[in-house]
Design a protein around this ligand. Structure first.
Ligand code: ZN
Length: 300
């Protein structure tokens, strides 16, 4: 078999060139050409793919950078908000603490004033309060730690003792209304002669409620001449209160009464120039000025 082939190249002027070439060489050239072609195609695909990926990655990086920037900004804003909130919370806590201190201080002040007033009254009327409990300081010791609540505790103890003491003291007013005649020397309202007024007169409306000023037992309830309809209550410790000129009384001898309980109604019975209550406080049978006791209002 002839391996020889001729490649004929025809010129434009009819000139023909014959190039002899073996089949084997042609196959080799063809194979080499295909390999080169395949190599070039592969390289091109790889390059395109690489550049595409590179471009895509660069886009992703930009996006991520933008997102990071936004996140950082948001983080800063959040930090600012948190700082503001923390500051606000601290301010609120401080204000609350100040308000609490203020309220406690006001309450202690009031309690202290009230205690002083009660002490003043019970001292002026000759009642001895129980002494504070003392403890034996021997066989004890330890570190000194300041007790800031001591003052309050002392006041509360004091107030408790006072409350027990004042429960049977005739405190506050027995009726609403203004004082029309105080305790002490005065001109008699009927004959205008100098006289001593042994109680306090309250100007009030006929039928107004008259209240007991402390717990006690009714020892008198009757029509008592010039005193009109009359009630006397024994509160113990030598104290009595009496109520005169009542329209009617609502308790009877032997009744136990509580502070604030209605014992009668304002009237104009007995030696009286108009509806009023004549109220007396006595210690061991001797009248005292009820005004001292009335300063303590709203005592329960
Ligand atoms: Zn009177």
């Amino acid at each position: 078999m002839d391996d020889q082939v001729h490649i004929i190249i025809a010129g434009d002027r009819g000139k023909v060139i014959k190039v002899p070439c073996s089949r084997k060489k042609i196959r080799i050239y063809a194979a080499v050409s295909i390999v080169i072609l395949l190599f070039l195609t592969g390289t091109s695909i790889c390059s395109i793919s690489y550049f595409t990926r590179q471009h895509y990655s660069s886009d992703e990086v930009s996006k991520l950078q933008r997102a990071l920037k936004i996140s950082t900004k948001q983080q800063k804003e959040l930090d600012l908000k948190i700082a503001k909130l923390e500051k606000y919370a601290a301010e609120q806590a401080a204000a609350f603490e100040a308000e609490k201190e203020n309220l406690i201080s006001t309450a202690i002040n009031k309690l202290s004033k009230r205690s002083e007033l009660i002490e003043d009254i019970v001292t002026s009327i000759g009642i001895k309060l129980p002494e504070p409990e003392t403890t034996d300081n021997q066989n004890s010791g330890g570190l000194f730690i300041e007790d800031k609540g001591q003052e309050q505790d002392d006041l509360l103890l004091k107030a408790d003792k006072y409350l027990e003491t004042v429960r049977f003291l005739p405190l506050g007013r027995p009726v609403k209304g203004t004082i029309s005649s105080p305790y002490g020397r005065r001109k008699d309202p009927l004959n205008r002669k100098a006289a001593f007024h042994t109680g306090v007169d309250f100007k009030a409306k006929r039928g107004d409620k008259i209240l007991a000023t402390a717990d006690g037992v009714v020892i008198k309830a009757f029509r008592n001449g010039g005193y009109g309809n009359y009630v006397m209550i024994d509160h113990g410790n030598g104290y009595t209160t009496s109520f005169s000129h009542m329209q009617k009384y609502k308790v009877h001898r032997g009744d136990k009464v509580k502070r604030g309980q209605v014992i009668g109604l304002v009237g104009n019975t007995g030696r009286s120039t108009g509806p009023h209550l004549h109220y007396e406080v006595a210690l061991k049978g001797k009248t005292v000025n009820p005004y001292k006791f009335m300063k303590l209002a709203k005592v329960k």
